[in-house]
Design a protein around this ligand. Structure first.
Ligand code: DON
Length: 309
């Protein structure tokens, strides 16, 4: 199908019908109790083209917890600082392990494999925190600038819920500190990290916020260049190879778009120079990615014949 003849709204409606059998096969994130109560049958999807058209379906305007998708935006923010070399502290390779695994980090001497697993994201947040007295607000401001929605705020209940159960993230941060790869005091750092993960957003907001990755680093919402074209290319490459953790190979095979997932059930993906697309459905597969959301994106690229491949 030629791209300019794609009926995006029609495709979204078909997907909404066809994903029905996949509900009930996954499970909400249980390790953050505040996320386990979200109704599992929620489903929303939003497409935003680089020309400025928006297409929404289902619960596309409902708020949900951004979780690990926030890691994409803190990375964009840190790469926006000219004078920072983050790559001596974080790698650029797929991990092949779970997003919150401790195993690799010990034998790789506290250098996380990539910025999207939890350990890598904690280092990126540490870099941001070491340059800002109020990193939490700065992270929120940056996201609100990209989404254009001032009501994207920290859900305090989710932040607290994760704080109360964040033993693994505390272990990752402490392990990295023992290798001198963390500078911020750990309780402060974890607080900032949990708060970035607890930002609320919707599919419509997310599709807008990710647009710079489809527009060579330019945000049509903020109406400014937020990334260089070179960093935009690099982030898209990292999303393709690391954005869905140890499911990244299957996701590239089935969907074929650079993407980032979160345990709130959101996934955002981009096709450079064409569109961004966001989906939300809270039930997760065994890798911690939205099961219905992954299926919806597979249907989307199959039906439109639009992917990077
Ligand atoms: O740190 C955590 O475990 C969560 N706040 C975020 C994890 C996450 O979203 C993984 N993504 N699928």
């Amino acid at each position: 199908m030629a791209e300019n003849s794609v009926d995006f709204q029609g495709v979204l409606a078909e997907i909404q019908d066809e994903i029905d059998p996949f509900f009930g096969q996954g499970k909400n994130a249980g390790y953050i109790p505040a996320l386990s109560d979200v109704p599992g049958d929620k489903f929303g999807m939003a497409v935003h083209t680089v020309e400025g058209e928006e297409f929404l379906i289902g619960d596309a305007q409902d708020d949900f917890s951004i979780q690990s998708i926030s890691k994409l935006f803190t990375l964009m923010q840190v790469l926006g600082f000219d004078d920072i070399d983050i790559w001596s502290r974080v790698g650029r390779e797929p991990s092949g392990t779970a997003f919150n695994s401790l195993v690799q980090l010990e034998y790789e001497k506290g250098i996380p494999r990539n910025p999207f697993i939890n350990a890598g994201a904690i280092v990126v947040t540490d870099i941001l925190a070491s340059r800002s007295a109020d990193a939490s607000r700065r992270i929120g401001d940056y996201y609100r600038m990209l989404s254009g929605n001032l009501s994207n705020r920290v859900d305090e209940e989710v932040a607290l819920s994760e704080q109360d159960h964040g033993y693994r993230n505390a272990a990752l941060a402490n392990l990295m500190r023992s290798f001198d790869n963390i500078q911020t005091p750990i309780p402060d750092l974890l607080d900032i990290y949990f708060r970035q993960c607890a930002l609320t957003t919707s599919c419509a907001d997310l599709a807008k916020a990710a647009l710079p990755l489809a527009c060579g680093g330019y945000s049509p919402i903020a109406q400014k260049q937020v990334l260089s074209t070179r960093d935009t290319k690099r982030i898209n490459a990292l999303l393709l190879t690391c954005g869905l953790y140890d499911a990244v190979g299957s996701f590239a095979y089935k969907v074929g778009l650079p993407a980032k997932s979160g345990v709130g059930g959101g996934i955002v993906a981009v096709l450079p120079n064409k569109f961004s697309v966001a989906v939300w459905s809270p039930e997760l597969d065994s890798y911690g990615n939205s099961l219905v959301g992954s299926k919806a994106l597979e249907l989307f690229t199959t039906k439109t014949d639009l992917s990077i491949f």
